[in-house]
Design a protein around this ligand. Structure first.
Ligand code: P5A
Length: 441
């Protein structure tokens, strides 16, 4: 991509209504624009990052054995009346009437709809266990939308639903998802802590929120620093690994403020290990057993020909909120660096030449060669002055820069990883460095 052909509306000043750094950065680098309160358009840069995050979330769901589908954004009120949540969900639900005066709503979540699909199509224990997910926009008429896409009204969620024959199997599904979440967040270089949480309007009796520590977060967590001593890389989706995981996370105190028990915390966690911090909730998982399968009548036949209401859980990741969480973790003092797995471009070529001089020709040739080698790079071919080019790209946060200026020989390029010293390399080593850097992404 050539910057002169791209749509990247950069804003120099910090927008006065953006209170946290992720919101400021997203506005300044033209990732999003507000359409109306709590509703945003995703401009090309933001959209590209959002899609990369979505694809990693999808990849990890698939690895955990979940199957992708797609449910609509608009749902019928009928099933919500059956579950009893049509009224209890409250004003966060956006209710709509169509021209026939039928009651519809913009889905804030999908427990009802997926249970209806299950009930109408699955009758036998032979289809279980089953994990179904979709990645779809949700609408919640939040009373106070704020912090840009962190707490907005329309947001992208990945929601998975598990179906099992009994409580024991349902617990396996629950920990499968917990493991898959830890693996997912690690791919963004985020350390997410599962903390015991309130189940709120989703319901049920077992629930964990996944929190990324950040001072600007809206959640407060209380935990033990020992909880971090855990490696998920080698764990697989088998009984042994899942047991290890569940026993580690049940061993240490971890709670949101809703469920916090001061006495228990003081007793259980040594002073030096106590962590009381703010964080961003990037995921939330729930086990609610037969809550929806009873109200919506989702029944399977067992091997012994008995009828059983299926045991369910639901598992959400705030895909669009993750964009903000990743920024909160990586942006400081006008300086952003995207993790390699989600960077909008793999490298930027900064051309310091003018018009059609030899430097510009060299930058163009390099651009063609990198594209030919299947790298996704952006060439700053604008006539902005060098210092504003550098400033802009420190803000945009592409982790690697290749600076093409008049100082260097024909086959020499200045290669710089953000936050590190630059080095002079030739084309072949430049290509092998980039290949190596992106080999695991
Ligand atoms: C789990 C999946 C649920 O809705 N039903 C289906 C369950 N859980 S949740 O905790 O309410 O939401 C899941 C994740 O969605 C993100 N999220 C939001 N992101 C931006 N703006 C919002 N207003 C918003 N509300 C929820 C969070 O990351 C949350 O963990």
């Amino acid at each position: 991509m050539k910057l002169s052909n791209y749509f990247l509306p950069i804003i120099k000043e910090i927008p006065s209504d953006a209170k946290i750094k992720s919101h400021q950065l997203m506005i300044r680098t033209g990732m999003i624009r507000q359409s109306t309160s709590g509703i945003y358009s995703w401009l090309p840069l933001g959209f590209k990052i959002l899609k990369k995050i979505e694809n990693i979330v999808r990849d990890e769901q698939n690895k955990a054995g979940a199957i992708e589908m797609l449910m609509p954004t608009i749902q019928s009120a009928e099933i919500w009346k059956e579950s009893g949540r049509y009224d209890s969900y409250g004003q966060e639900m956006l209710k709509i009437n169509d021209r026939q005066k039928r009651e519809l709503l913009y889905g804030p979540t999908n427990e009802e709809l997926i249970t209806q699909i299950f009930r109408d199509n699955i009758k036998s224990y032979k289809s279980l266990p089953l994990l179904l997910y979709h990645i779809q926009w949700k609408f919640r008429d939040e009373i106070r939308p704020r912090f840009g896409i962190m707490r907005c009204r329309e947001f992208l969620m990945k929601d998975t639903y598990s179906f099992d024959l009994n409580e024991k199997n349902a617990e396996i599904s629950y920990y499968k998802m917990m493991l898959s979440y830890l693996k997912t967040f690690e791919r963004f270089n985020l350390k997410a802590i599962p903390v015991k949480a309130d189940t709120g309007p989703i319901g049920g009796n077992l629930s964990h929120e996944f929190i990324i520590l950040a001072d600007t977060g809206e959640s407060e967590i209380f935990t033990d620093s020992e909880i971090f001593n855990f490696e998920t890389k080698l764990l697989e989706y088998n009984d042994v690994s899942l047991k290890k995981l569940s026993s580690h996370f049940s061993k240490f105190y971890s709670s949101t403020s809703d469920l916090h028990d001061v006495n228990k915390f003081q007793k259980q966690v040594p002073k030096k290990n106590q962590i009381i911090k703010k964080g961003v909730e990037v995921g939330h998982i729930f086990y609610f057993g037969q809550k929806y399968s009873k109200s919506l009548n989702a029944i399977v036949n067992t091997r012994e020909s008995k009828s059983v209401n299926v045991y369910m859980g639901s598992y959400g990741i705030g895909v669009s909120r993750l964009v903000g969480a990743i920024i909160e973790a990586n942006y400081n003092n006008n300086f952003m660096k995207w993790p390699k797995s989600v960077t909008p471009f793999q490298a930027v070529i900064i051309n310091l030449g003018k018009d059609n001089d030899t430097v510009t020709i060299k930058a163009n040739n390099l651009y063609q060669k990198l594209i030919h080698n299947k790298f996704d790079v952006i060439l700053d071919d604008t006539d902005a002055n060098p210092s504003s080019k550098f400033k802009n790209f420190e803000l945009i946060g592409i982790p690697f820069q290749i600076i093409v200026g008049s100082k260097h020989h024909d086959d020499e390029f200045e290669f710089k990883e953000l936050g590190k010293d630059s080095k002079i390399v030739n084309l072949d080593s430049l290509i092998s460095i980039l290949k190596e850097e992106y080999s695991n992404c």
